[in-house]
Design a protein around this ligand. Structure first.
Ligand SMILES: [Fe+2]
Length: 327
């Protein structure tokens, strides 16, 4: 079953105007905007949809977290390679749960955590971004030219790379829906910290992380950018719009991404990243022991250490609250 990646994400936002402005500042292309919400497109043609939290057309909220407000992702729709794959997925998951096809042919259901998910034949484009030449010690990939990163610009994310759900409970059991029913591959195991998985049609280190925690709730979506400079441009461009950094910039030591996380008024965080590990079927999943292995999920370096480790009680999404997200 070749699921190729995230195709759409639907948010129910307590404040549609804030959520819409955030995604404009993030560089997404606005397709449509109105009282009902807004639709955005990424460079690979996948889409992000903002709706009012009380919109009756959205799937129900999956959030067991009294401190949070109603802004959260309501549904993540996965793209698949062919109509045959879509039919296979419908038949497989229809064995033990309700699957509803809408008038676009998108299949809707819930995973074993209770998160609403969908499947559709992908409409994405697959153009790679040219990587800028760089210089290193006695390696001169760029001669007689200035670095592209010296040229200030507005950046836009290329695509959505992964989503992360807080997942209380038995994560290996919860992951089986994805690995045994949908063909996802486990790429790294953080023991109680969670399981990283990639969908079979992607070499990203992870397309999905079920992250250990006490509450259910959507944690973040990650947007891929070309390189280090573009992530830095993005972070500064979004902060300039008045949005708050959760943590970053940093270099993760699991999956290797160079990342910058910003609080998203539509729900959870929006992570900007580049340079993720590319893994295929020859990759061997590692098992990390929290608190023992130095390479446990975290950062190799973090530019603003004071901004890390936001306690779960601060995961409120209410970016308009005084002092948010300060402890
Ligand atoms: Fe992430």
């Amino acid at each position: 079953m070749n699921i190729v990646g995230i195709e759409r994400i639907y948010y129910g936002a307590a404040n549609v105007a804030l959520a819409t402005r955030f995604h404009k500042d993030y560089g997404l292309e606005l397709l449509e905007e109105g009282a009902h919400g807004a639709d955005f497109r990424l460079l690979n043609q996948t889409t992000v949809h903002i709706r009012r939290a009380e919109d009756g057309g959205l799937p129900a909220v999956t959030l067991d977290w009294p401190e949070m407000n109603d802004s959260t992702a309501r549904e993540v729709v996965w793209g698949v390679d062919t109509a045959e794959t879509l039919a296979q997925i419908g038949a497989e998951i229809g064995r033990d749960r309700e699957v509803r096809a809408d008038n676009e042919g998108v299949l809707h259901t819930v995973d074993d955590n209770g998160y609403h998910i969908g499947f559709m034949v992908t409409r994405r484009t697959r153009q790679s971004t040219p990587f800028p030449d760089t210089n290193s010690v006695l390696n001169f990939g760029r001669r007689n030219r200035v670095a592209e990163g010296t040229i200030r610009k507005t950046v836009s994310p290329y695509r959505m790379g992964h989503v992360v759900y807080w997942s209380p409970g038995d994560i290996p059991s919860l992951a089986k829906f994805y690995t045994e029913r949908l063909g996802f591959k486990i790429t790294d195991d953080m023991t109680k910290g969670g399981l990283f998985m990639r969908c079979a049609g992607s070499w990203d280190h992870h397309s999905l992380l079920l992250n250990g925690g006490k509450h259910r709730g959507f944690q973040h979506v990650a947007y891929e950018f070309r390189d280090f400079d573009d992530v830095m441009f993005l972070g500064t461009q979004v902060e300039k719009g008045g949005w708050k950094t959760n943590v970053g910039p940093l270099r993760h030591n699991v999956s290797s991404t160079f990342s910058w996380y910003i609080w998203n008024p539509a729900g959870g965080l929006a992570e900007a990243y580049s340079d993720m590990d590319c893994v295929d079927d020859n990759w061997t999943a590692r098992k990390f022991r929290p608190g023992e292995d130095p390479s446990f999920y975290g950062s190799a370096w973090k530019a603003r250490p004071e901004q890390g480790d936001t306690p779960p009680a601060m995961w409120k999404n209410d970016v308009t609250a005084p002092g948010f997200p300060e402890k």
